[in-house]
Write a protein that binds this ligand. Sequence first.
Ligand SMILES: [Zn+2]
Length: 115
Amino acid sequence: MENMHCLRCNRELETGHKSVALYMFAQTVGIRPRQKSTAHRISFCPQCAVSLAMGPPPEGALNMAAWDMIRDLVGSDPALNHAAWEDLSGVPASLPATGTNGVPRSAPAGGYFEF
Ligand SMILES: [Zn+2]
């Protein structure tokens, strides 16, 4: 199995990871014999897909077509958005606890400046 990378941030997308795949191939029309190029797969991680869709339209007709497709996905169901947020919230959870979670910040200000 080839490892896919996000086209935008180059993050490795392991098998089973959530991602958005764009398939592209070229085909001749009205020309005999009919020719078809190999299909290429372009992948984006959920965060990049969502952030691309929320961002301004890119330059270039091909980029624009891809942008439209990604916007279509992001706009038609919140699942992709959720996947992007899931990933973000999963990062801090995997780090070792620092002990600062849940500590009330209401201690007197002076207490923090005793060296
Ligand atoms: Zn990415």
